[in-house]
Design a protein around this ligand. Structure first.
Ligand code: FMN
Length: 247
């Protein structure tokens, strides 16, 4: 099983998205998958120009030369896409959306009916694999992910891929801190790892495991209080730094 993972957090390996993504990828590897991970921050991927050259002038070839030339064939060949993104204004990050927009050279311009819906046929050699979404967000509630999950499911239908599920972590920033404090949340990370193993072994991830990834870490009232305290402390510390005389 070939897995292509893309992490679009600007914090890359140090971010909250990676706290869930990395054990998930470890689980996939442990179960025998071949995993490649890319960070959009390290890649140069311009927004799509909308010129349709890749459909009508130079079929299958994008007018822009950047790191999509390297990534696009990998997207075409992967059995599993892992789209890992922090939630930004109720959706995926801009860099992740750029990757998806720049996928269109891999489909043809023609329309066909698939499951009664207008779609583009793929080009030769493009696999119809699975897609997994991995995300975390700053707010407390699970429903913050609703719009992004709807979007990624629609992307899967459009690209002829199976939506294989999502590892969603609300209260994202709390997980890292609580892990560092040994505050009894290691089951969340272990569930992410197990989800990876399950996907390779069973072809799917169990609802129970995904629920553990998303489980409540701290009550809503405590989360708001702790978050606001931390914001205030950081504001005060930065103000004090500004005021301090330059030595
Ligand atoms: C531009 C921007 C927009 C964000 N929008 C949301 C949002 O709509 N809802 C939410 O719950 N968190 C939002 N967040 C918070 C991030 O999802 C959160 O900080 C996350 O833990 C960042 O993950 P990372 O460390 O992997 O980058 C936003 C953060 C930024 C920088």
């Amino acid at each position: 099983m070939k897995v292509l993972a893309i992490n679009s957090s600007p914090h890359m390996d140090k971010g909250n998205t990676a706290v869930i993504l990395n054990p998930f990828l470890d689980g996939l590897r442990e179960a025998g998958a071949e995993v490649e991970l890319f960070y959009t921050k390290k890649l140069k991927i311009n927004p799509c120009l909308g010129c349709f050259n890749c459909w009508l002038k130079t079929p299958g070839v994008c007018a822009q030369k950047d790191d999509m030339d390297m990534l696009r064939p990998k997207l075409g060949e992967a059995d599993v896409w892992v789209l890992a993104t922090p939630l930004y204004v109720d959706g995926m990050t801009g860099p992740m959306k750029n990757v998806l927009d720049r996928f269109i050279p891999l489909v043809q311009p023609f329309f066909e009916l698939r499951d009664g819906h207008c779609r583009h046929p793929g080009r030769n050699g493009t696999k119809d694999g699975k897609t997994v979404l991995v995300s975390n967000c700053g707010f407390w509630e699970m429903d913050n992910f609703d719009s992004m999950v709807v979007h990624v499911k629609a992307v899967c239908k459009n690209a002829g891929r199976e939506f294989a599920g999502a590892l969603l972590r609300p209260q994202g920033p709390a997980l890292k801190t609580m892990l560092e404090m040994n505050a009894g949340v290691s089951d969340v990370v272990e569930a992410a790892r197990d989800a990876g193993r399950q996907l390779v072994r069973d072809g799917k991830m169990s609802a129970e495991t995904l629920n553990t990834v998303s489980r409540e870490l701290i009550s809503l009232e405590d989360y708001i209080q702790v978050a606001n305290q931390s914001f205030q402390q950081q504001l005060d510390a930065n103000k004090a730094k500004k005021k301090a005389p330059i030595s």
